[in-house]
Design a protein around this ligand. Sequence first.
Ligand code: NAD
Ligand code: TYD
Length: 356
Amino acid sequence: MTILVTGGAGFIGSNFVLDWLAQSDETVVNLDALTYAGNLRNLESLAGDARHVFVHGDITDRALVDRLLAAHRPRAVVHFAAESHVDRSILGPGAFIRTNVEGTFTLLEAARAHWGALDGDAKAGFRFLHVSTDEVYGSLAPDAPAFTETHAYEPNSPYSASKAASDHLVRAWHHTYGLPVLTTNCSNNYGPYHFPEKLIPLMIVNALAGKPLPVYGDGLQIRDWLYVGDHCSAIRTVLAKGRVGETYNVGGWNEKPNIEIVHTICALLDEMRPDPAGPYARLITHVKDRPGHDRRYAIDARKIERELGWRPAETFETGIRRTVRWVLDHEVWVREVQSGAYRDWVAANYAAQGRA
Ligand code: NAD
Ligand code: TYD
């Protein structure tokens, strides 16, 4: 048996591939374009492992996707590939429309043709699992209940709008064509292999380098954090047991304001790698806010627990400690991802948007 994973060299996708092959002998065909966010270093422990077939290519390439489906006959497609960073979507939304919308459309069409030609158990068992985000639901008022699966879609950034569009395509391909889809909408992830443009890894690597810790606006925006290994286990659970056509919200019941996250990271670093120059919190710098910045996300994860029995294994306290430890233990990985292209991006985001 085989599954086709898209975006399996990125942050969550590579954690998923590593976790999958640690628990199963089922081959993973991993289609990834290796954008700035894709990193084969994440998968180097799989070198020589015949269960991992890496394919360097783009999900908008229909002929390539058709060839992969015909050659490997996967029983499922698990679709992670996306442009995923809100700040990048503000500076350049085009790539988000191309990959997140056109790419998902291409995969759906290819999967539909492949599935349509199957029969018997292969047809009945086929699944297209679309990995999405809580950001499609927009921003919550401070006292509003957490997002359930029936919350209205109110995306506010080019990123979340492109993910919302992809979710709608997935839904429509089920209702119109019967394609057996599943969708997960997850809250903010953190953990190993997280690219240091996102809040948590950026704060860790900046602190270690003695650089300012740029907190957007007042830092009281709330995100609901989930350790990446828990997201991966949720996806495996939905793939195995999810009801076709359903969406499942995935979250860790860990709502925290950004400023609290940054202080927690500083305190852990003070403990694990004390800086002779003084506490890391001295580096916290409030900078210009992100345009259209959503104030609060919170996931109601009761459906996936009630129907499928999934719960996160990590608390925020255990997960963030593991994450800081991981960065300290992987200095070479961090140095390598902070390439020239990464430095150009930091200059664009923090200077061109008036945050420097
Ligand atoms: P990421 O940016 O770290 O990785 C994306 C991967 O997709 C990279 O390996 C990249 O090379 C690949 N990719 C990009 N464009 C491609 C294309 N056109 N063809 C093939 N591959 C392409 O993203 P991530 O944080 O790992 O997120 C993975 C998925 O999970 C995304 O769909 C994202 O929307 C969703 N998600 C992320 C979070 C989070 O907190 N990071 C939370 C909920 C949902
Ligand atoms: P991010 O990791 O970009 O995820 P998302 O915007 O998809 O939730 O950001 C998480 C939160 O941290 C978000 O409220 C923006 C904020 N943030 C900062 O305050 N400073 C930063 O340098 C970054 C990258 C994010």
